[in-house]
Ligand binder design. Sequence first.
Ligand SMILES: Cc1ncc(COP(=O)(O)O)c(C=O)c1O
Length: 467
Amino acid sequence: MSTAAKRTVAVAEAAEGARKGSRGVVIRTPIPGPKGKTVVEQDTQYLMTSTKTAPVVAQSGKGVWVTDVDGNRFLDFTSGVGVLGTGHCHPTVVQAVQKQAQELMHFAGTDFYYEIQVRLAEKLAKIAPGKNPKKVFFTNSGAESVEAALKLARWNTQRPLTLGLIGSFHGRTMGALTLTSSKPAQRRRFNAFAGGGVHIPAPTCYRCPYKLEYPSCDLHCVKILEELYFNTVLPPEEIAAFVGEPVIGEGGYVVPPKDYFQAMQKVLKPHGILHVSDEVQAGMGRTGKWWAIENFGVVPDMITTAKALGSGMPIGATVFDAKLDYTYQGAHSNTYGGNAVACASSLATFEVFEKEHLLENATKQGNYLLKRLKELQGKYDCIGDVRGLGLMVATDFVKDRRTREHASKLRDRVETEAYLRGLVLLGCGRSAIRFIPALIVKEAEIDEAVEIYDQSIGAALKAVGAS
Ligand SMILES: Cc1ncc(COP(=O)(O)O)c(C=O)c1O
């Protein structure tokens, strides 16, 4: 059979599978359909090459559902890469955005004043962990929040280096990129070493870089910092901050051991090294707490957030211990940070979280999702690991459960088979697929997603084997 014919058969099988198992997913055309195909072609012509994953061309969204330009209805378990905590187009958020857009869109919140920005900063300061008073700098993205944290850390400590974990992601602007290290493509040719970023191995226990096992390892990956690095290549008095994701996101949805950050702070604090918790992906309720670092019982000096903070409006923030604030004007600022419409969207997001108990739902549905995916792990040897915290969950594909060798090709194929059947997913790390539905997700929607995922793994195994 020719490749085109094979593809037609795969599409037909996928559509048939989607029809059989479906409760909400509707697949009417190959993906992309005829209208979608035109958009994909034009996108390829006019847009810079970036990180495209699947040819799903969205027309509208509601809750965890996305309808494409050809009338296909998908279950979205990416929520715009963790942005849509409240789901697509939550009516409370939409209304707040519309109202604010009619009143005041923008007034440069760094140069002048408006109340809605103060109200949002107050909210963030109050929910930040720790008793010390907090202050907030508003940004437009995750990377910009990290940049602001790096600058604040350097300004305060007047130290040149920042410490990160191998496999972490912190953004793609040059400052953040000095610490981003989840894929070689992110760093290659950029001379990403310009900003004084240094890395140590991360607590990736499933594939421990030291081939040890938790807890008998005694957190060697933390202890080695003091024992080896600080006594050789890394003078601690030159390190401004340690920047860590409380759950490593792009790098594979890795949940560090419970006592990891406590042990890390014990090493950092005596040397005056600040702790920045990068919560751009893991924060804003995703793990069942406002901030993922709260799961680890420590208080960081700064938190960076973005993504779910605005339910789709671009807004980020760096929340920091007030004593770290600049002592004169002009050291740092921006134009759009704390934009009035974005602030309105964010305040409405908090309202929805509280009224609809989304932190509780993240824990409840996250546990349910984890359990359902572990059932699949019982069925498929190629799922080596199922891990996560709250609604930040992943399955890791392996060639062999004993060696844990990454099954990257299989992972990619599962992703494809899933969107062909109406389930939109994203990979992470070298061989994992992440599940980050909106925090409003219901059990029935998880059941439908897992059913499609099951069919997709079966189809992918047939197509490429455990490779
Ligand atoms: C932990 C973390 N930090 C920073 C960023 C960068 O955010 P943005 O893409 O909004 O710049 C991301 C994006 O995925 C992230 O996951």
